[in-house]
Design a protein around this ligand. Structure first.
Ligand SMILES: C[S@@+](CC[C@H](N)C(=O)[O-])C[C@H]1O[C@@H](n2cnc3c(N)ncnc32)[C@H](O)[C@@H]1O
Length: 408
């Protein structure tokens, strides 16, 4: 069998859902890097971006429109995805995306530019070991020094209850006659039926019963790609970090922004227990247990872009360069915001002043502090409040892309 004939196990007979993912924005990933001590990229300079397994590429097309001086590449082996994505980009007048209707192992061999960003959203848990190996080789070969990789995946321990449920549904679907839609629907029907309390697994794990009910409300094509691939694997974060280390990368932070602020996701006792563990690898793994995490959006970096901690105040200077703002038309900036552990409240005067400043457009954190600070507040407190507002989703990371503070 030739390499190009090798079945990948991934389903191809149904298209995926067409969704926008804000975490795939270069501005968002740059912000993750800055939160973790890496100086900002200069978005006035051209850059390159590769979306692996792009589906309908909605996120890539929107980002390409926002960064017209950058070169975007989007790859997917489902021709229906790429055909629709090409049409979408043409309709939007977006000309800076190169589409590759090809498999990852074929892409690996192509003559590609060095990339500043490589993204894999919803890929790593849904392909087999050989494909994951190919993805590592693409990253090793095609990511530029200082470039960022975004890699999302299902992780343990959060999936430990439901992983057996997926196995049961998959096996039932394989014994169900009909096309993919019929098999998925049949598997759900049967699983709901047998998910009654007489099965000890369901009795002992009420979460699994709730999960089956929730799946029943999802679109069939989403479920098919999510659970009914022959290949599906939940990972431990440290093993994924090892995979990326093999490709020459190190972990930077999380594109689930709140996860970069332990106090927003776990209680003080958990923070202290984790801090007392003997090494960074263990602390990384233990965080997933502290929050029973089931999905990660990891950001990795190759190489030598300078880091903070080299001189006192570097980390703060880097953070003050981050550009944040409100999404026009989405006024979510209230004095109370939701975070994973509950809610945070801010002084209404602070929020009013902030809202007035950001009504003009996104601003650097340093400039916001200077303009909010003169009265009674202290800069450290304001900076932390701003970071927490971004982590909650009330504010967003932006990038300055040109003269006169044009932002994306
Ligand atoms: C779960 S979907 C995620 C799509 C998109 N990234 C998103 O999150 O909306 C996985 C995508 O990877 C593509 N894919 C899977 N295996 C592939 C391979 N070996 N080569 C190229 N594309 C692949 C599928 O066609 C599918 O569009």
């Amino acid at each position: 069998m030739q390499a190009s004939d090798r079945p990948t196990g991934y389903i191809n007979e149904l298209t995926f859902t067409d969704r926008f993912h804000r975490e795939l924005s270069p501005a968002w990933l740059n912000y993750v890097a800055m939160l973790n001590g890496i100086p900002s990229r200069d978005f006035r300079q051209p850059f390159t971006y590769l979306d692996l397994g792009c589906g309908f590429a909605q996120s890539t097309i929107v980002n390409a429109a926002a960064f017209p001086n950058a070169e975007f590449h989007a790859c997917d082996f489902n021709p229906a995805h790429i055909e629709a994505a090409r049409e979408h980009a043409a309709r939007m007048g977006v000309g800076n995306v190169v589409f590759h209707a090809t498999r990852f192992d074929e892409l690996l061999e192509q003559d590609l530019p060095a990339f500043d960003f490589i993204l894999m959203h919803g890929i790593y848990s849904w392909v087999d070991a050989a494909v994951r190996d190919t993805l590592q080789r693409i990253v090793a070969r095609h990511l530029r020094d200082g470039g960022l990789v975004y890699l999302s995946y299902n992780c343990l321990p959060g999936w430990s209850v439901e992983a057996p449920l997926r196995k049961l549904m998959l096996e039932i679907s394989q014994a169900t006659p009909g096309d993919m839609v019929a098999r998925v629907q049949g598997a759900l029907r049967t699983t709901r039926h047998i998910g009654n309390p007489s099965f000890r697994y369901f009795r002992d794990n009420p979460v699994a019963v709730e999960a089956v009910e929730a799946f029943s409300k999802d679109p069939v094509n989403y479920l098919a790609h999510e659970f009914f691939n022959g290949t599906w694997k939940v990972h431990y974060s440290v093993d994924v970090a090892d995979d990326m280390a093999n490709a020459g990368l190190r972990y930077v932070g999380s594109a689930t922004l709140a996860d970069n602020h332990p106090m927003l996701v776990m209680d003080r006792q958990a923070v202290e227990s984790i801090a007392a563990l003997p090494n960074q690898r263990l602390r990384h793994l233990a965080e997933d247990f502290a929050v029973n995490r089931r999905f990660r959006r990891d950001v990795f970096m190759r190489g030598t872009r300078s880091e903070s901690g080299r001189a006192p105040g570097d980390a703060v200077r880097i953070l003050d360069d981050a550009v944040i703002g409100q999404v026009p038309g989405h006024d979510r900036l209230g004095s109370r915001v939701t975070i994973p552990r509950g809610a945070l409240s801010f002084h209404p005067d602070f929020i009013d002043d902030l809202r007035a400043l950001l009504a003009q457009g996104p601003l650097r954190i340093g400039d916001l502090i200077a303009r909010l600070g003169p009265s009674s507040h202290n800069p450290m407190e304001i900076r932390q409040n701003l970071l927490f507002l971004v982590a909650s989703g009330a504010l967003m990371p932006f990038a300055l892309t040109g003269g006169e503070g044009r932002a994306a």
